[in-house]
Write a protein that binds this ligand. Structure first.
Ligand SMILES: *[C@@H]1O[C@H](CO)[C@@H](O)[C@H](O)[C@H]1NC(C)=O
Ligand SMILES: *[C@@H]1O[C@H](CO)[C@@H](O)[C@H](O)[C@H]1NC(C)=O
Length: 766
């Protein structure tokens, strides 16, 4: 309680109010002067009346006619660019910036507008450019050599002719018609490619800014960061007399004022996401209970180990933005799969394995209206039935599990909390075709309801408790954990690397909105160093509260063919999405994928002179991933847990007679069949060496020159051999060599016993 001595304070209060009202009058005047808002949008004239010239507003005219139009050459721009170290070789930013800086001096924008006002300015100009702007998920960014090319040739024939003749400086040209035709084609192609890239940049920038401006603008971390960013810019200008003297008041142009609706534009959701219905998916618990809102796991499961729903949203939580509401309602931590009926058996095996791993996290199975009752029954049964008949191999490992591992009532493995998430309702009817196959995984990334999730493929086999993945340092630090694919040399298209850079964000995005440019972290993500597959998306961890907009970008980027066509399915889209969102806070496990299984007996692969190789070999249909934390722990493998996931399609007669591999097996179809259907035996892992610079390490002593070899004859073409070293002697006289060593991991007895147990559980062995 505040006590006030009335008689004494009365005079002070009067003075206080007098000062206050003076201040208010002053502040309003200043505000009106510095940021002429649309609050007074009574515009007395019409832009369409040819006799109705708008009255000349001298202040506005001064501000609007004298801007430093070439903003990239302005003192302030260069200064900020240097501060942020934001440079780009070929810089073609969104064309909306051109419109903005045509009418406003950059000093004025940077000094006078805060983040929300900059957003407002940007989206006013988006509207002015095209009142009917709407994202087109079907847009084609390929060069069109059809009708459009015809028209181009017809309208520009004189110009093209002149250019061609100048290029040949009047000399006689053999084969003139053909050469001129090629010239026209080339000219057109170049111009169209540039136009298409500009369109992509415009679309990506708009999407990125919309999300930052209107979806995560209530995020406390972002608010703090962007507030400090804007304040720093103001201080920089105010602290520099020369700069300060160039600042003019910010005044909206007459046209900008014509876009009404106050400081905030209405939700553009339906234009940004025309492919979405803007409805939530339907969440169904294993009990059959249906939730039309996002389930709160801590409450429903009465499980206090689930992270509480984070409190955030400093402003009003009821927003017109679909994804802002969605973001603010996500909660908890869990495992996410996306499947169709054909994956039901694998999923049931995976769920059983989770029980053996003592998993306590809830599981969301995202599907797209193609998961029948039968499949659900299979999966729920795997998750909930009493599971007390454990395989023989359990005896060898029971001591490694905690006291409460087996349910005291049934003696069975821990039951799993399975949910089905039907996303059929979230896609508009005309766009359902866009989300078949791998793209359904993108929907799962977007529409699961966890704050923190681990996205897995149905054929992924985890080797550690899922919770331990979230405890890895890389995840804790960045809120992501990604895995690399097999480092298998494959020539990539250098032109794409250049395009990737060109369409990435611009320095002006940084100056205006604190959007970070891409750095070597993304450019060097091996992708540009002769690897077509850099990411293995069988396990992906993301903390969505830290990376919400990057997750949105992952899905969005899939609509841009020139970008998405460089990804094998969804694989690369994850880090593409982060990179194009200006979010390089993503982490890859340090090691590339390993071959997992049993080593080849060295005497089964002698050199031609019968001596043994220096390199060791491990051939396996399963890639696996070794933790970077100890360079030893096997985290997960893929392609299920049978030795050969293609066993159903294998011609055993044929494969058993080849005689190149698996020499320890009897040469009978029956022996191969049994081996292929049984669980993979895991004793070793080899992470082969990879040198992105030198493709080949040819040598004289029959050592492998590449780390990976695809052995097409086995497991229906899925057997990959990995080598512990590549290269060897290159000159017998000097003894010169080019050997490069990889990593061999030998699992101990406890680990092998656990792998055996997990394999038996997955395959369903007695
Ligand atoms: C990024 O990588 C390129 C090529 O490897 C190198 O030339 C450049 O100096 C690097 N840039 C930075 C800022 O490290
Ligand atoms: C793991 O191996 C890397 C080199 O690949 C090394 O830098 C790191 O120190 C190793 N970590 C441990 C815990 O041995």
């Amino acid at each position: 309680m505040l006590k006030i001595n009335r008689s004494k304070s009365k005079g002070r209060i009067c003075t206080f109010y007098a000062v206050l009202s003076l201040w208010v009058v002053g502040a309003l005047g200043w505000y009106h002067f510095h940021y002429r808002s649309v609050l007074s949008n009574e515009v007395p004239h019409s832009i369409y009346n040819m006799y109705d010239e708008p009255p000349v507003d001298t202040d506005a005219a001064a501000a609007e006619t004298a801007p430093d139009f070439d903003y990239k050459n302005s003192h302030i721009y260069k200064r900020l660019q240097k501060n942020y170290n934001a440079y780009k070789e070929v810089d073609r930013p969104s064309s909306v910036y051109h419109d903005i800086f045509k009418n406003h001096a950059i000093e004025s924008v940077v000094r006078n507008l805060d983040f929300n006002q900059r957003c407002d300015l940007y989206f006013r100009n988006v509207f002015l450019k095209n009142h009917n702007w709407v994202f087109d998920p079907n847009a084609n960014y390929e060069v069109d050599f059809g009708k459009k090319f015809e028209e181009f040739q017809n309208t520009n024939s004189a110009m093209l002719q002149a250019l061609f003749d100048t290029e040949n400086s009047g000399k006689k040209v053999d084969n003139y018609d053909k050469k001129f035709a090629d010239f026209k084609r080339e000219f057109y192609k170049k111009q169209e490619e540039e136009n298409n890239e500009q369109r992509i940049v415009d679309e990506l920038t708009l999407f990125r800014l919309y999300n930052k401006c209107y979806v995560t603008d209530d995020d406390p971390v972002q608010e703090k960061r962007i507030g400090a960013f804007v304040a720093e810019q103001k201080d920089l200008i105010d602290g520099d007399e020369t700069l300060k003297s160039t600042v003019t008041p910010f005044r909206q142009t007459t046209r900008e004022m014509l876009v009404t609706n106050g400081m905030r534009l209405p939700s553009l959701d339906h234009r940004i996401y025309p492919w979405l219905s803007l409805e939530l998916p339907v969440f169904e618990r294993w009990t059959g209970q249906i939730h039309h809102e996002i389930p709160n796991f801590r409450e429903i499961l009465r499980d206090n180990s689930q992270p509480p729903k984070r409190t955030r949203a400093t402003k009003s939580t009821q927003s017109t933005s679909f994804f802002k509401n969605f973001k603010n309602n996500c909660n908890g931590k869990g495992i996410v799969l996306t499947i169709a009926d054909k994956h039901a058996d694998y999923t049931a095996n995976f769920v059983r394995l989770l029980r053996a791993l003592n998993n306590k996290l809830p599981i969301q199975i995202v599907y797209f209206d193609n998961l029948g009752e039968e499949s659900k029954r299979k999966i729920v049964t795997a998750a909930r039935e009493s599971f007390s008949y454990l395989p023989q191999s359990f005896h060898g490992v029971s001591e490694y599990f905690p006291q409460d591992y087996l349910d005291p009532k049934s003696d069975g493995l821990p039951k799993q909390e399975v949910w089905f998430v039907n996303v059929a309702s979230v896609i508009g009817p005309n766009f359902k075709g866009k989300f078949t196959g791998y793209a359904s995984k993108l929907l799962a990334t977007l529409f699961n309801s966890f704050d923190e999730f681990m996205l897995v493929d149905a054929d992924t086999a985890l080797m550690q408790d899922p919770e331990s993945f979230f405890e890895m340092k890389g995840y804790q630090e960045t809120g992501t954990f990604f895995f690399k694919d097999r480092a298998y040399y494959q020539k990539t298209d250098g032109a794409f690397a250049e395009q990737f850079k060109r369409i990435s964000q611009s320095p002006v995005d940084k100056v205006m909105f604190d959007i970070n440019p891409m750095t070597n972290h993304s450019f060097r993500e091996n992708f540009f160093q002769n690897l077509f597959h850099t990411m293995e998306s069988g396990v992906v961890l993301i903390d969505r509260q830290r990376h919400f907009n990057s997750v949105l970008m992952i899905v969005h980027i899939n609509f841009f063919k020139p970008i998405s066509s460089r990804s094998w399915g969804d694989k690369e889209l994850f880090w593409f999405g982060f990179a194009f969102n200006g979010d390089e806070d993503y982490h890859f496990n340090a090691h590339g994928a390993a071959a997992i299984g049993e080593m080849t007996n060295p005497s089964d692969r002698r050199r031609p002179d019968r001596t043994l190789h220096h390199s060791k070999e491990l051939c396996s249909p399963h890639p696996g991933h070794i933790s970077e934390e100890d360079n030893h722990t096997l985290l997960w493998i893929n392609s299920g847990f049978r030795y050969c996931h293609q066993a159903d399609k294998v011609d055993f007669e044929k494969e058993s007679k080849l005689g190149r591999r698996l020499k320890f097996l009897d040469i009978t179809a029956a022996a191969f069949r049994e081996y292929y259907y049984n669980p993979l035996k895991i004793t070793h892992a080899i992470i082969p060496p990879f040198d992105p610079e030198i493709k080949n390490r040819p040598n004289l002593n029959d050592e492998p020159s590449h780390g990976w070899l695809l052995e097409k004859g086995y497991c229906k073409g899925y057997l990959w051999c990995a080598y512990s070293s590549i290269g060897g002697i290159t000159n017998k006289d000097t003894g010169a060599e080019n050997t490069m060593e990889g990593t061999v991991v030998t699992f101990n007895e406890k680990e092998r016993a656990l792998f055996d147990y997990y394999g038996d559980i997955w395959v369903g062995m007695e």
